[in-house]
Design a protein around this ligand. Structure first.
Ligand code: WTA
Length: 692
């Protein structure tokens, strides 16, 4: 591979120097300087001195090597882990150009390893067995628990042995439908230990969604718990699982065992509905098993997990990640983007049901031997100070969350923050959607006392780990910018014809060349993988996001350009919501768009055409919302149902979403040309009905 030093790198360094004069250098020299430049937050000298990557020059040097010599760079990273057998002569092979044949990505093929071994046994063997691996904080303040690395390994082995006894073998799928109990990462690690492929389904998905996933991956077992408390609400998970398993068996997929953890604080065992021939209480069987369980050694390219995510069309896609590359990539990104040190206490507020919880609650941190805080509840229960209470309680040093939470806490007022010390904090992180500059500043100034760099990490379920992210300490930050690519990542911005844009520009965000954490396929549908991600702009992986690059080379993500919306950092396909709506017997047609929302980033706005003769009523509206809640989950419920006697369509019948987006956001003077519509009057009707 040839390395073209893209002109913007040196330009960026020069511009930064020019713009802030000698300030960056002064900071590097350890002098205190105030930035008068509103949009530039200078690195902190104290921090940079001890950072893994202390300067932009050092980053450039490492970045250049990662692009010029990916095999050497990633082999060095991989060598920090245990491999039973080293990978073959070709560290990686890739083809991202659909016009040249099938898309095929492999990293460390032939290498034999196990990610659970590297998370647990390896850390224990190097003397950290008594270090806390997990601090668990319950929904109710005062309720907590913890596990050392030794104890975590024991628990993982017991469950792994139970799974094996029940016939789970290498390559078998296991569905995990659990809330944020310690059993959730334990279950993931137990599957990984025996080479089983876990598929965690966020415990906020409905029975229908769970059923769909069960039918798709045909698990040997389902792991769940009876109920969970979120804030004041009790959620009966077992009922949801029962309904999903009934549905899947009617569709020919029967699951033999439903291993159910008794979460008696939320619901008593005797109140739980039970099917004797299928259901087993976790606590009755798992603790009886041996605390030693041999590792199943797997190839680097053997599958590790499936995670279903939303796309712009059709049903959710099973994103498949394999073992070796994912392991190295999550470990390295965690270490560098959070400047992780062994003395850190790390807390990520994401649920393990999403990719963030896979890569940066479980695998990335544990591979680094970190102490991880796991929180069961909601972040504003019993009051909006809960996060900082938890930060102080565990002396959290790295805090990673989503802009939606930052915005909602910001609205609740500074007093909830400042009443806590927070002095343990040293790095903050953001993920899930673009963080707007005002939220960024509040996070930086109020939560972090203007002391902690913010890693605004851009990435996706598909990418496995961070793609564009600040390396704290290394360079000046701009509020709202995810800054520069991680090692080995070559982001490119292309125009609609797929031409790479240089310098200051704006367009579609793609990635050139593969990186170890990239997903390898969509489960059972490699063709969809190729067409969805690699055919829009041949030669590149297309992310689905828009992005601009400023004169200093900083990247600014601008949101999805496809029909995917991001509600509170949760990814939802408009097509999924539409199909949930049209399942309602009185709904003839539906079109869903995202609109800007102060707290959630985006909210769901649905245009609904009722069947002939059905009138608008509040009950109808409620039952439409309910339809989405039961088909997908509460988090996908539309905020607004807009009555639509008709939808704006072209003469060929295509819905013009552009117009619907403008109506939804009340940008009525920007509707553009409506003359190509089959019936332009529809638009006026919609405007008239906007506020009913
Ligand atoms: C969005 C979550 C801007 C983006 C890790 C992406 C972001 C989608 C950021 C993936 C960020 C995530 N800045 N946008 N820092 N992080 N996104 O698969 O639109 O749930 O395509 O992965 O979230 O969502 P997913």
């Amino acid at each position: 591979t040839s390395f073209r030093v893209r002109s913007r790198w040196p330009v960026m360094v020069r511009n930064l120097r020019g713009r802030v004069g000698s300030k960056v250098e002064a900071v590097v020299m350890g002098e205190a300087v105030a930035s008068e430049d509103e949009d530039l937050i200078l690195p902190n000298h104290e921090f940079a001195q001890h950072a893994h990557v202390p300067s932009f020059e050092k980053y450039l040097e490492m970045y250049k090597r990662s692009i010029e010599d990916p095999a050497g760079f990633w082999s060095d990273m991989a060598s920090e882990f245990y491999w039973k057998e080293k990978w073959g002569p070709h560290v990686y092979s890739e083809n991202l150009d659909i016009t040249k044949g099938n898309i095929n990505i492999e990293w460390f093929k032939g290498g034999i390893t196990n990610i659970c071994y590297n998370c647990l046994d390896k850390n224990i063997e190097s003397g950290h067995g008594e270090k806390i691996a997990l601090h668990w904080e319950g929904n109710e303040p005062g309720l907590d628990d913890s596990l050392t690395y030794n104890q975590l390994l024991d628990r993982v082995c017991q469950l792994a042995n139970y799974l094996k006894e029940n016939g789970v073998k290498k390559g078998d799928a296991v569905i995990i439908y659990l809330p944020m109990l310690m059993e959730l990462p334990i279950a993931m690690l137990a599957c990984a230990r025996i080479g089983a492929v876990h598929s965690v389904v966020f415990a906020g998905f409905s029975a229908e969604s769970l059923e769909q996933r069960i039918i798709d991956c045909k698990p040997k077992l389902v792991l769940t718990c009876n109920a969970v408390k979120r804030g004041k609400k009790v959620i009966n998970l077992k009922d949801i699982v029962d309904a999903a398993l009934l549905g899947s068996s009617q569709n020919g997929v029967s699951v033999g065992v439903c291993l159910t953890y008794a979460n008696e604080l939320a619901m008593k065992k005797e109140d739980t509905k039970w099917q004797k021939e299928r259901d087993v209480w976790w606590q009755d069987v798992v603790p009886k098993h041996a605390t030693k369980c041999d590792v199943e050694w797997v190839d680097a390219e053997d599958p590790l997990f499936l995670l279903y995510t939303s796309g712009s069309t059709g049903k959710p896609k099973g994103v498949l990640h394999t073992t070796g590359g994912y392991m190295i990539y999550t470990a390295a990104t965690f270490k560098y983007a959070f400047d992780y040190k062994p003395s850190d206490v790390y807390w990520c507020t994401a649920d393990c049901g999403w990719i963030t919880g896979h890569s940066y609650v479980s695998y990335g941190p544990l591979l680094n031997g970190a102490t991880v805080v796991l929180y069961e509840g909601v972040p504003n229960y019993p009051d909006p100070g809960r996060c900082w209470d938890i930060v102080d309680k565990y002396k959290v040093t790295i805090f990673y969350t989503a802009p939606t939470l930052v915005r909602s806490l910001m609205r609740d007022g500074n007093e909830y923050v400042t009443r806590y010390s927070r002095k343990s904090l040293r790095v903050l992180g953001s993920v899930g959607e673009p963080i707007n500059p005002s939220a960024w500043r509040w996070f930086y100034n109020v939560v972090g006392d203007s002391r902690c760099p913010i890693s605004d990490t851009w990435w996706q379920t598909e990418t496995g780990g961070f793609m564009i992210t600040p390396l704290p300490g290394a360079w000046p930050q701009k509020p709202g910018s995810a800054t520069f690519p991680f090692f080995g990542v070559q982001p490119v911005i292309v125009d609609e014809k797929g031409k790479e844009l240089e310098g200051e520009c704006s367009g579609y965000l793609c990635v050139k060349n593969s990186w170890p954490g990239a997903f390898r396929t969509l489960y059972g549908d490699h063709e969809r993988y190729e067409t969805t991600y690699f055919s829009a702009f041949p030669g590149y992986y297309f992310s689905g996001d828009g992005c601009s690059r400023d004169k200093d080379g900083y990247h600014w993500l601008t949101g999805r350009v496809d029909d995917v919306i991001n509600v509170s950092g949760h990814r939802i396909g408009t097509a999924e919501v539409e199909s949930a709506l049209v399942l309602h017997p009185q709904c003839a047609e539906a079109a869903v768009v995202g609109v800007e929302h102060e707290i959630k980033g985006q909210s769901i706005y649905a245009f609904v055409t009722p069947v002939e003769g059905v009138e608008y009523s509040e009950d109808f509206r409620k039952s439409l919302v309910l339809s989405v809640r039961t088909q997908i989950g509460a988090f996908a419920a539309p905020d607004k149902i807009h009555w639509a006697p008709g939808l704006p369509k072209t003469r060929s019948g295509k819905i013009m979403r552009r117009i619907l987006r403008k109506i939804a956001s009340r940008q009525l003077d920007e509707l553009g040309d409506t003359s190509t519509l089959a019936d332009p009057q529809v638009v006026d009707q919609l405007i008239d009905l906007a506020d009913t």
